[in-house]
Each structure stands twice: as structure tokens, then as C-alpha cells.
Design a binder for this molecule. Structure first.
Ligand SMILES: [Fe+2]
Length: 408
């Protein structure tokens, strides 16, 4: 084995490089369809080559060392496309093929490193940022950078709440136990379509209540009810967390049961209603024409909140949406002028509806099954869970050319 000393980047190191906009090149050796479906993206465009592994090398015979075959093939197949200076990150699905590619490149004098665990590990990597840490309230934003998902842990005293938990529930229980918190309440702002929720599993594991709006306990296509028990997260419901109050606002549009949580009258956990650059798409239930007016009315209600309200969404589309501290947040006042969906809202309902209905991205096929899992109608193993969650979320309205033209 020649790969023992292979330098690697962990997913956390990769995130640090992306966050710092470091210059490096990615050589992704997955198949083209896998690459097209999902790739590593940073704040700035990254020079990325996709050369499927089997296109890259021909083994001279079955006993030939893979790294040697790579070293033999690269000068011919990649010619001058790989930079001689700067780091090259070799990437594959799980990190066990790309390690040989990185080794072959190093033998040719390239500064190659392997992405440890590949795209699977990158997809399951989490980052934690503090939005507020005071004796009154700790509010943590937990991001899953590869998928653009954001969840929240909020605590006061030793009590904590979790909002929009991802399926790796240990992320939340570990933070809570490190900080001496007891998680007492678990919320989902809505029935998630783009990723598997960890909400029900987390609440069960901890023996606490799971809260969801009743409309979102019904699968929008199958019209079958959720198979788990839950508490009704209704408009106006209010929850005490130490000295802090959390209030539910029912804001249908992205889903019928979409709820935003107003924390301490200062932070709006806006779910998939309002993002930093965009707004939640109203078509995932298959009734865009009916749900668009609901979204319009919900935004009307949301915009009645003060400008100083800090919006904390459940997704981002691009890393460049983060602020200097790496947090995905903005005041409602800033979003009124910078957010494309809110700008269109300002032009009145007819223009808003035309913009929405003209900007709808494709409906990802996996979303129907993800909602079946999230309502407990089907169960999946780890391999299927990863397959369903493949790629970046598509809960936001696309910034399509047509959408841009309509917004111009
Ligand atoms: Fe969503």
C-alpha cells in the first residue's frame, strides 16, 4: 500500500478553505451524472475538473498498482489542465478511489491531497456558529454546508430547543451535553422536502414533544397522515425558554403548514418562507397557482415585523450569502431592499404572481419520497437516506434567467 502518508483534507478543512476563498483546484473523479447532480461549491468559483476515474486510467494488467496507472495516464489524459503550483483536491464518492488518484499525482510532483471520506463525508459535515451567546440566550446556527441546510439550537439557562433538526441527531445531543443543556422541545418549521428531518427521532430519543403544524403532517401527494404522534404547532402558540419567549406564526405558502418562530421578539426563524437572497417556492405541493396567493399574504404578514428583526432561514443557496462571521442572517430591513422575492412582493400581487410562476425550478424527484420518510409513511436505511439527500437543497425559487428578467 502506497497511500499511508497521503495528505488529506477533512470536510472541516475543506470548509475552512472554502470559507477563506483559498485558491485550489478540484479533480473530481466521479461519473459525470453524479458530478452534474452535485459538486463542491464555495464562495468564489473553484477551478474544477471532472474526469471519471475509469476514463482516467487503463490498468496495464490487473496486478498493476492503481496509483502507478494514474501516474502513467495523467500526463497524456490531463495534459496541461492541472496546475503545476497550488493544491489539487482529489474527490470521489467516498474518498477511497480518489486517494489513489492523489497518490499518482504526487508521484508526478503535483501538490495533491485527498478529500477524506469523499462527497459522502462532505455531505454529512456540520458547522456551528453562534448568533448570540449571552446569559439570557444562546442561539446557535448549525449549517450543513454541502446541502445548504440550516438548523438551530437555542438555550436559556440549562433548557434548550431544537428547530429543523437534520437527521444526524447526535449533532444536537452532543452540543447540548457539552454545554450542560437539556433539550426540552423539538420543532420542525414545516414538512421538509429536501432533506430527512431528525425531529421525530430526536424527540423520541429524548422523550420530549415534537411540534409540527397539523397541515404539514399530511403528505401533499398521497394525502396520508403522518404515522407518528406530535403536538400541534399552531398560529400564536407561545413557548417559554428561561426568560425568552418563542412565538409561532403560521405563514403558509412554501407548505400549507409552514410556521416561522419569533424568538425574543428579535430573531425570526423563517424556515423556508424567507431566505437571504430568495423566498420559498410555493409549488412543491403541486398547486403553485393556489399556494402563491397564500405566500403573498404570508409575506405581507411577515413584513409587518420591525426592520431590526434578524432573519434566520432554514436554507441558503450559496456560501457567499454568509456574513463575515460565517452566519446566514440579515435584518428584515436589509432584506426588504436586497432580497429578490421581497422586491417583487413590493410590486403588488399580480407582478409577484407572474414572477413566482415564471421562476419555478424543476421539482426534484426525490422530494416526494423524502416527504414520505418525514411523515413516517416509509422507512429507509442509511444508503437510501444518503441517496435521497444527494445534492444541494432546491427549496428556494430559482434565480432563473426568466425570473431575473421578470424582476429587472
Ligand atoms: Fe422546504
Amino acid at each position: 500500500m502506497t497511500t499511508r502518508k497521503m495528505p488529506v483534507w477533512s470536510p472541516a478543512e475543506l470548509h475552512r478553505h472554502l470559507d477563506a476563498s483559498s485558491r485550489f483546484t478540484i479533480l473530481d473523479v466521479r461519473n459525470r451524472d453524479e458530478f452534474d447532480a452535485w459538486k463542491i461549491e464555495g464562495k468564489e468559483p473553484i477551478q474544477t475538473l471532472n474526469i471519471p476515474y475509469f476514463d482516467l486510467l487503463d490498468l496495464a494488467d490487473e496486478n498493476e498498482e492503481i496509483a502507478a496507472a494514474v501516474a502513467r495516464a495523467v500526463p497524456d489524459r490531463l495534459k496541461d489542465s492541472l496546475p503545476r503550483s497550488g493544491q489539487i483536491l482529489a474527490v470521489c464518492a467516498k474518498g477511497d478511489t480518489s486517494i489513489h488518484v492523489a497518490e499518482g499525482l504526487r508521484r508526478l510532483g503535483y501538490q495533491a491531497v485527498n478529500l477524506e471520506g469523499g462527497m459522502a463525508a462532505w455531505g454529512d459535515h456540520y458547522e456551528v456558529r453562534a448568533i448570540e451567546e449571552t446569559p439570557r440566550l444562546t442561539l446557535l446556527q448549525i449549517s450543513r454546508p454541502a446541502r445548504g441546510c440550516l438548523s438551530y439550537l437555542l438555550a436559556s439557562g440549562n433548557e434548550a430547543m431544537v428547530v429543523d433538526a437534520a437527521r444526524h441527531t447526535g449533532t444536537y445531543t452532543r452540543i447540548a451535553s457539552e454545554r450542560g443543556w437539556r433539550i426540552t422541545t423539538v420543532f420542525d418549521t414545516h414538512l421538509q422536502a429536501d432533506h430527512l428531518s431528525g425531529g421525530v427521532a430526536l424527540a423520541r430519543e429524548l422523550g420530549v414533544d415534537y411540534w409540527l403544524h397539523p397541515y404539514d403532517s399530511i403528505h401533499p401527494d398521497d394525502l396520508l397522515p403522518a404515522t407518528f404522534s406530535f403536538r400541534y404547532l399552531e398560529d400564536g402558540a407561545s413557548f417559554a425558554l428561561g426568560e425568552v419567549t418563542v412565538r409561532a406564526h403560521h405563514l403558509p405558502g412554501h407548505t400549507l403548514g409552514m410556521v416561522n418562530l419569533l424568538v425574543d421578539d428579535r430573531y425570526l426563524l423563517s424556515g423556508d418562507t424567507l431566505f437571504i437572497e430568495s423566498i420559498g417556492r410555493p409549488d412543491l405541493g403541486g398547486r403553485a397557482k393556489t399556494w402563491t396567493p397564500l405566500l403573498y399574504r404570508s409575506l405581507q404578514r411577515l413584513l409587518a415585523l420591525p426592520d431590526r428583526t434578524i432573519v434566520l432561514p432554514a436554507h441558503f443557496s450559496h456560501m457567499h450569502e454568509a456574513d463575515a462571521q460565517g452566519c446566514y442572517r440579515a435584518t428584515l430591513g436589509a432584506l426588504r431592499s436586497h432580497n429578490q422575492g421581497l422586491r417583487m412582493f413590493g410590486r403588488g400581487q399580480a407582478a409577484f404572481s407572474a414572477y413566482i410562476l415564471g421562476s419555478l425550478p424543476e421539482h426534484p424527484k426525490a422530494y416526494d419520497d423524502i416527504r414520505r420518510v418525514n411523515t413516517g409513511l416509509i422507512e429507509v436505511d442509511e444508503a437510501k437516506a444518503s441517496e435521497l439527500e444527494l445534492g444541494r437543497n432546491q427549496c428556494a425559487l430559482s434565480h432563473s434567467e426568466r425570473g431575473r428578467r421578470l424582476a429587472a
